[in-house]
Design a protein around this ligand. Structure first.
Ligand SMILES: Cc1cc2nc3c(=O)[nH]c(=O)nc-3n(C[C@H](O)[C@H](O)[C@H](O)COP(=O)(O)O)c2cc1C
Length: 212
């Protein structure tokens, strides 16, 4: 096997590309596209976004201490890209992309109504890393689009048409290959071994419901 050795760089792909909405009091809201975003803790639920200090959104998030992560669907991809190449210094992104502000009682920043999942965050820590400042946000609530609740009361995330970002390109998610733990599942549905039997997200939901 032969491999090329590259200089250090970001090659952790695919990643989510998300639309982060933010707002300072008495100012119009803004949207920044972020690919350097991730889940960093289950309990308390925490996420991170890394934002360059020169972005217009950077100081808004720093000053307000809040942001909303809006998941991106195939229908939102063009707006996601546009919000990532235009600045709120020169554009009213909600208006120009014909997006709707969805206000909640959770925080001052509005979510994007057209996004099926909105994650409301309060900044609990900021790490100055170099090119980017990483805002770690505690999740204070999540709103999901009722249209994707199925008859059993399950949220059908797989039906939302979410996209991913890989090496400069956007992709629709492909076919399902398996589910958490399927590699060790026996034919009768039981797991082998005594390792974790539920995905990290399911575990935290159970705990919140007091079942664990
Ligand atoms: C797909 C994509 C991903 C991006 N990811 C990031 C990111 O993780 N962090 C960042 O600071 N900028 C990122 N950008 C660039 C900003 O979204 C872009 O500079 C935007 O115009 C900033 O908007 P603002 O000046 O209104 O804040 C990304 C852009 C695109 C298109």
């Amino acid at each position: 096997m032969s491999k090329q050795l590259w200089k250090p760089g970001n090659m952790l792909y695919p990643v989510p590309a998300v639309m982060v909405s933010c707002k300072r009091r008495d100012e119009r809201p803004n949207i920044i596209t972020v690919a350097w975003a991730g889940t960093v803790c289950s309990d308390p639920a925490m996420v991170s976004i890394s934002v360059r200090p020169e972005r217009y959104s950077h100081d808004i998030i720093e000053d307000s201490g809040e942001f909303v992560i809006n998941l991106v669907t195939d229908k939102l991809t063009k707006a996601c890209d546009w919000c990532g190449v235009r600045s709120g210094r020169d554009h009213d992104k909600f208006r120009e992309m014909r997006l709707t502000e969805y206000t909640s009682e959770l925080i001052g920043a509005p979510a994007i109504a057209e996004s099926p999942v909105n994650i409301y965050c309060r900044v609990v820590k900021t790490e100055k890393l170099g090119s980017h400042d990483m805002f770690i946000g505690e999740v204070v609530g999540v709103t999901v689009d009722d249209a994707y609740m199925d008859e059993k009361g399950r949220f059908a995330l797989e039906a939302c048409g979410l996209i991913t970002y890989s090496h400069g390109e956007y992709y629709a998610l492909g076919r399902k290959l398996g589910k958490f733990g399927y590699s060790v599942k026996k034919k009768d549905g039981r797991h082998t071994g005594n390792k974790s039997k539920q995905s990290p997200d399911k575990r935290s939901v159970k705990k919140k419901n007091g079942k664990k």
